[in-house]
Design a protein around this ligand. Structure first.
Ligand SMILES: NC(=O)c1ccc[n+]([C@@H]2O[C@H](COP(=O)([O-])OP(=O)(O)OC[C@H]3O[C@@H](n4cnc5c(N)ncnc54)[C@H](OP(=O)(O)O)[C@@H]3O)[C@@H](O)[C@H]2O)c1
Length: 284
């Protein structure tokens, strides 16, 4: 198949491109940094430069690639300016979906998150509504952007929404030398009793690969073990070589409930790293 990955140089894109190429697909990847062209080409894809906020550039890239499938892995978290990330979900997705529609693209696979659900007991399934009603203003900005991303993607006839857990592994915040490891080293991270779901970035990429054949809909792509901060944090600390002298444990938020992966597992997605408990070990 002819596939365009928007955001091919990111944490997921770097793992996904070689898989697709190896499977015989023709892959074009976009970046908005000319210096990342070489990164994408070295993975075996053709590279195009297009800023997601530039509608014309996005249209030009999609026209040039003329893909059958678009895989949307655009985020803007490298700089940790979260408003920019919300903007890319809303504006960047709008440009990409409009360009894909013009090009007659039949299928889109998009990167969403698994922690935008309404509060409730236990890990959320995909049937739980997004938390657009009760979220506080700062969370609401992010949840609204996620809702916009997912609704916009649904304008493409076949649309698969991958609601990822927190990434860990190479190129992510949760790895040795990554942002969270450094925050922890500086004593700026405290455990909380809220529950999170993690996913290894390799498993995240594999889900995007398998989603080429999945029915339209949303899928939680998370490992098997939603975890309280007080459980995972000491194990993460050990994996990145930080000794925790004292950790204050605070309460979690009602929406911090983790997510359930039965739907994706039911389609044959099987994480190589079923739990962060052992998966963090690869952070050394
Ligand atoms: N579910 C999660 O936990 C989750 C999800 C996403 C990211 N993160 C974390 O965020 C950190 C950074 O993620 P990342 O490495 O994937 O990078 P990122 O900075 O979030 O960028 C992701 C992709 O989007 C592209 N991009 C960013 N801004 C763009 C723009 N304006 N126009 C076009 N393309 C744009 C990037 O390409 P160029 O910069 O090459 O243009 C890259 O290919 C990692 O630590 C990761 O773990 C976590």
């Amino acid at each position: 198949m002819n596939i365009l990955i928007a955001g091919a140089s990111g944490a997921v894109g770097r793992m996904l491109v070689p898989r697709l190429v190896q499977a015989g697909h023709t892959v074009t990847g976009t970046t908005h940094r000319p210096e990342n062209i070489q990164v994408i080409e070295s993975l075996g894809a053709k590279a195009l430069v297009a800023d997601a906020f530039d509608r014309d550039a996005t249209f030009a890239a999609v026209r040039e690639a003329s893909p059958e499938v678009v895989i949307h892995q655009l985020t803007s978290l490298g700089s940790r300016v979260f408003a920019e990330n919300s903007r890319i979900r809303v504006e960047g997705t709008r440009h990409l979906v409009d360009a894909a529609r013009e090009a007659g693209v039949k299928r889109i696979i998009v990167q969403s998150i698994a922690w935008a659900y309404q509060p409730g007991n236990g890990p959320a399934t995909e049937n739980v509504p997004l938390d657009v009603e009760s979220a506080d203003p700062s969370r609401k900005r992010s949840v609204d952007a996620v809702a916009a991303l997912e609704e916009t993607a649904a304008e493409i006839p076949e649309h698969v929404i991958l609601r990822y857990g927190l990434f860990y592994g190479p190129g992510t915040w949760y790895t040795s030398g990554g942002y969270m490891a450094e925050e922890m080293r500086e004593g700026r991270m405290s455990a909380n009793e809220g529950v999170s779901s993690f996913v290894h970035v390799e498993d995240a990429a594999h889900a995007a690969f398998q989603a080429l054949d999945w029915p339209s809909g949303a899928y939680n792509i998370v490992d098997d073990e939603p975890a309280r901060g007080s459980d995972w944090l000491p194990i993460f600390a050990e994996s990145v070589g930080v000794s925790l002298l004292h950790t204050t444990v605070c309460e979690g938020q009602p929406w911090e409930r983790g997510a359930a992966n039965a739907k994706a597992r039911g389609l044959g997605w099987k994480p190589l790293y079923p739990s962060w408990r052992t998966g963090f070990g690869g952070n050394h």
